[in-house]
Design a protein around this ligand. Structure first.
Ligand SMILES: [Fe+2]
Ligand SMILES: [Fe+2]
Length: 244
């Protein structure tokens, strides 16, 4: 990713910091007791996942940039702010519908621990897995409710996340391109396996919502892997298209 691309991403994130996507007032805000029971624990886990001060990520970006790429650090700062906005919007929605917040969750603890293990490449590699799977989840969540406010909230989050995964995948592919081919041959499949395992854990822990949305374990995993291939295996997708 060169300076020109960083400039484009910076413009995007600065623009959305000035004009954040919002959930308009006046939408229907009725959540039936059945819907509330179905989503309460699940949405609380995702709200917790969105909530991060992002200090580790920012420190990793600063270390990586070493004063040479101030745009990269600023982009990551703005991306973290968007995550905090997602957490705040979900929190207010949950408060309005008397859905209790979670202070901790084992899946969230593991994710935070793993992300701290190494530098920027590793952190972004873990983060993008959560976000790609999150996009499939938020689309499912949108489809299990008639509450317009929740539907638009899910769409708003997905719209922001599409830019996050666009930026992160470009960054990750750039960072990986700098590695020796032999190392890439090892880390590529390992990352895909980590992604698939995470998707399986999300299926197991959120299957009530995902099943109501019409997913089976297999269809959920397939949807997640399609997202993975689209963002992180662009050459494979192109090869498949050209042979079709
Ligand atoms: Fe988010
Ligand atoms: Fe994100």
């Amino acid at each position: 990713m060169g300076p020109g691309e960083l400039e484009i991403w910076l413009n995007h994130f600065e623009h959305h910091a000035r004009h954040p996507r919002d959930v308009p007032h006046g939408l229907s805000d009725m959540l039936s007791s059945d819907e509330r029971e179905l989503i309460a624990s699940s949405i609380a886990t995702f709200q917790l996942g969105e909530q991060s001060e992002g200090r580790t990520l920012l420190r990793a970006a600063e270390r990586f940039a070493a004063g040479q790429a101030p745009r990269l650090v600023r982009i990551i700062e703005l991306l973290i702010r968007e995550e905090q906005r997602h957490a705040a919007r979900l929190r207010v929605f949950m408060r309005d519908h008397r859905i209790p917040l979670k202070r901790s969750d084992w899946t969230d603890r593991i994710f935070r621990l793993v992300r701290r293990l190494a530098g920027l490449r590793f952190y972004v590699g873990v983060l993008i897995c959560a976000e790609l799977i999150g996009n499939v989840y938020y689309r499912a969540l949108e489809s299990v409710t008639d509450c317009e406010r929740l539907q638009v909230l899910c769409r708003t989050i997905v719209s922001d996340e599409l830019a996050h995964v666009g930026f992160e995948s470009q960054l990750l592919l750039t960072l990986q391109a700098g590695r020796a081919a032999r190392l890439r041959a090892l880390t590529g499949p390992a990352h895909r396996l980590f992604f698939a395992t995470t998707a399986a854990v999300v299926w197991l822990t959120h299957r009530s919502v995902l099943r109501r949305a019409g997913h089976s374990g297999r269809s959920f995993l397939r949807s997640c892997l399609v997202q993975y291939a689209f963002y992180l295996e662009p050459t494979r997708v192109l090869a498949r298209l050209s042979s079709a």
